[in-house]
Design a protein around this ligand. Structure first.
Ligand code: 5GP
Ligand code: ZN
Length: 112
C-alpha cells in the first residue's frame, strides 16, 4: 500500500523512533509544532479515527495505555496534549491513524 506511515512502520522510510513494539510505533514529527512533538501510530493501516471499529480498537487501547509511558520517557512531567486530526476539516494530511503528543512548554489552546 502506498501509505507514508505504513512505510515508516515497515522501516522503509527512516524515522527517529521513540518507542516501538509489535503493534505500535512512536517517532518524532518531521515538522515539530512544539518543543516535543511525537506521533504514535498503529503498525496496521487504519485510515483515521473514523476507521476505528470493534475489530481493531484493541491497538487503539494499546496506544493509549502506552502514551503515558512514552510521555514519561520524553520527560513531559509538566503535562502534554494528545491530538488526532480526522478528515479534511481537521487538516489531516496523512491518511494513517496517528496521535500527536505535544509538550515541552505551556501550550496554547490551538494545536501547539
Ligand atoms: P496530520 O496533519 O495528518 O494530523 O499529521 C501528519 C503529521 O505527520 C504532520 O505533523 C507532519 O509534520 C508529519 N509528517 C509528515 N511526513 C512525515 C515524515 O515523513 N516523517 C515524519 N517523522 N513525520 C512526518
Ligand atoms: Zn498506512
Amino acid at each position: 500500500m502506498d501509505c507514508l506511515f505504513c512505510k515508516i512502520a515497515a522501516g522503509e522510510i527512516p524515522s527517529k523512533t521513540v518507542y516501538e513494539d509489535a503493534e505500535i510505533l512512536a517517532f518524532y514529527d518531521i515538522e515539530p509544532q512544539a518543543p516535543v512533538h511525537v506521533l504514535v501510530i498503529p503498525k496496521e493501516h487504519i485510515p483515521s479515527v473514523d476507521g476505528i471499529t470493534a475489530e481493531n480498537s484493541e491497538v487503539v487501547a494499546h496506544i493509549f495505555e502506552t502514551i503515558p509511558k512514552i510521555a514519561a520517557k520524553l520527560g513531559l512531567s509538566g503535562g502534554y496534549r494528545v491530538i488526532s486530526n480526522c478528515g479534511a476539516d481537521a487538516g489531516q494530511t496523512v491518511p494513517h491513524l496517528h496521535f500527536h503528543i505535544l509538550g515541552g512548554k505551556p501550550l496554547s489552546l490551538h494545536m501547539a
